[in-house]
Design a protein around this ligand. Structure first.
Ligand code: ZN
Length: 129
């Protein structure tokens, strides 16, 4: 979509235009520029705490505990969960991030074991000659 105020190309997911700070999804977004709310740069709160990462890590970890039955799926969610958990360690939800790392790592190991066992099973079931 196009920002109604400055005419720059912006994505519709953005709440505020990155070029002119014009609210895009708020009612009256196309209002004249003079009505724009004062939002000087630098007022955006620093994204120090990332509780979302810790929660996502734990969710992925729990998912990995079940997804390991599908080797590739469990492996990928396990890796993603560990990465998100490491990022989430910096947030207030440190315990949740640690739990996410543990469950994700466990899911990844289970997926790995399952993959190896699956390969071994196929190998032993090969017709011998
Ligand atoms: Zn704009």
């Amino acid at each position: 979509m196009i920002c109604p105020r400055c005419g720059q190309e912006v994505t519709s997911e953005m709440a505020v235009c990155p070029y002119c700070q014009n609210p895009l999804n708020a009612p009256g977004a196309a209002a004249p520029a003079t009505a724009a709310a004062p939002s000087p740069p630098g007022t955006i709160p620093a994204d120090v705490s990332k509780p979302g990462f810790a929660i996502a890590s734990l969710a992925l970890g729990i998912f990995s505990m079940f997804a390991w039955l599908i080797p590739i799926c469990g492996g990928l969610t396990g890796i993603a969960g560990v990465v998100l958990g490491v990022v989430g360690l910096k947030s207030r939800n440190r315990g949740m991030a640690i739990a996410g790392i543990i469950t994700s790592a466990l899911g990844f190991v289970l997926a790995l074991v399952n993959a190896v066992a699956g390969v071994a099973l196929v190998w032993t079931n090969m017709p011998s000659f």
